[in-house]
Ligand binder design. Structure first.
Ligand code: PHE
Length: 452
């Protein structure tokens, strides 16, 4: 039998997993949510969600992947053969494929903005909202950009685990962290930046209600890439001496630090430019920030240019490392389940996602009026179904599976590397999986659906 691929080093494991976690969710979604939901109060709840729910679930996915050393679908089949639990394995694979179809569209936008920044266009846009709409609704350019980032991701995945994912994560993640550090310093040095920090970190406990807590949980899961088959697939390439709890802890720390640093970058910069009001969602990075860069260009042109180029490079790197982790679960499944060549499996995933990605991209322009189920465009449909339905359902099933179905000793052996690594909080971990996580995630789910 051919030897299965694995990650070559502990650093590779951490950087690849952190690459999956650190993505567009950290750079634009987190700062916006913080701003809207009570500043420091939200950050506090978010960190609690990461520690109490995010890390235990991440460890559980690691347990499933590392124990079986199989792709997500076959892993569940091995652990619970011919039971309904196998459904979750297929759901994980399917969810990641689903996400890639629309995530690549937004990743394509970051590529276009990076180019615009490099040629100095970002700093001279007259009306950045109109510019953004004109770009996303045009038929060709967004598709070309989406295909370009998909091919970059394809190029890495086709090279395999060590020579592809690990090598490029080790290259891209340090660069990403370096850019963040430089941008934080740049942003702080802008005049009036304290106002932004106040906006971001003023704890407004009056805004805290159940929906804020639920948003924090949802954001924590999306940001940590939980329940998408990604972490489970990466863990199947972990070596037997990798420490699962420590790895999950490191990934959570990196992911949360990047999210908070993104807030440090964006808000002081936005507030140093008095006439720009912060926008929500994708508007923040694609509409509000170009205005900031433009004004920075006016004062100190070179710094403004550099800030813009580094910022969009940061977004592109963050998106690419996440895309790699979303591509791999389906590729690994096709490769192992149907005994295909890696090259063939990679092409199948890339081409199918490009095909759906074209529809998602066109839903901002020529297909804007084509409504799918529930009156959603293609893009909205793919986003809604994966992030709002598959993610919570997957999270509930994973916690129940590891908490109730898997043998206690098997889980213990896996998290402690057969008793060689201490883990005194094991009973707490199991309690969380059995009770806290399923109940908490069910609440998010019902809330997202508007039932609660
Ligand atoms: N965690 C990534 C982010 O914050 C997104 C992602 C979702 C990556 C699902 C992999 C799987 O943007």
């Amino acid at each position: 039998m051919e030897k299965r691929a694995n990650f070559g080093s502990k650093l590779g494991i951490i950087l690849a997993s952190a690459g999956s976690a650190v993505g567009l969710g950290n750079v634009w979604r987190f700062p916006t949510e913080v701003g809207e939901n009570g500043g420091a109060a939200f950050i506090l709840i978010y960190i609690l969600c990461v520690i109490l729910l995010g890390v235990p679930l991440m460890v559980s996915e690691f347990v499933i992947g590392r124990h079986t050393h199989k792709n997500t679908a076959d892993a569940y089949q091995q652990l619970a053969p011919h039971t309904p639990w196998v459904f979750q394995g297929y759901l994980g694979v399917f969810t990641s494929w689903f996400i890639l179809c629309y995530y690549s569209v937004v990743a394509g936008w970051t590529l276009k903005y990076l180019f615009s920044a490099i040629v100095g266009k970002v700093g001279t846009i007259e009306d950045s909202a109109a510019y953004f709409t004109a770009f996303t609704s045009s038929p060709w350019l967004p598709i070309v950009c989406m295909v370009a980032v998909m091919l970059m991701c394809h190029w890495v995945i086709a090279r395999g685990v060590q020579a592809g994912i690990e090598k490029y994560s080790k290259l891209m993640m340090p660069l990403l962290l370096l850019i963040i550090a430089v941008l934080v310093v740049c942003s702080f040095s802008m005049p009036g930046s304290e106002e932004g920090l106040r906006f971001l970190f003023k704890p407004d406990f009056s805004k805290l209600d159940s929906s804020v807590v639920l948003s924090a949980m949802g954001q924590a899961f999306f940001s940590l890439s939980i329940a998408m088959g990604c972490l489970c697939t990466y863990a199947s390439y972990f070596r037997d001496d990798a420490k699962l709890v420590k790895t999950a802890g490191s990934v959570a720390v990196i992911d949360t630090t990047v999210a908070i640093m993104s807030g440090f970058i964006i808000f002081p910069a936005v507030f140093s430019v008095a006439e720009v009001a912060p926008d929500a969602g994708p508007g923040l990075v694609f509409i509000t920030l170009p205005n900031v860069f433009q004004i920075a260009f006016g004062h100190v042109p070179f710094i403004g240019w550099l800030f813009a180029v580094m910022f969009y490079l940061l977004l592109l790197l963050a998106a690419l490392t996440s895309m790699m982790s979303i591509h791999e679960p389906t590729t690994a499944f096709l490769l192992e389940h149907f005994h295909l060549h890696r090259r063939t499996a990679t092409w199948m995933v890339t081409l199918s996602c490009i095909f759906i990605g074209v529809l998602c991209s066109l839903s901002f322009g020529p297909l804007a009026d084509v409504k799918f189920l529930f009156g959603m465009t293609f893009f909205d449909f793919f986003d809604f179904v994966s992030a709002k339905i598959f993610l919570p359902v997957g999270g509930i099933i994973i916690s129940l599976f590891v908490g109730w179905k898997l043998d206690r000793q098997l889980v213990y052996d896996e998290v402690t590397n057969h008793g060689t690594v201490g883990f005194r909080a094991f009973p707490v971990y199991r309690f969380i999986l059995r009770w806290l996580a399923p109940i908490a995630i069910s609440l998010i789910f019902l809330n997202e659906l508007g039932i609660l």
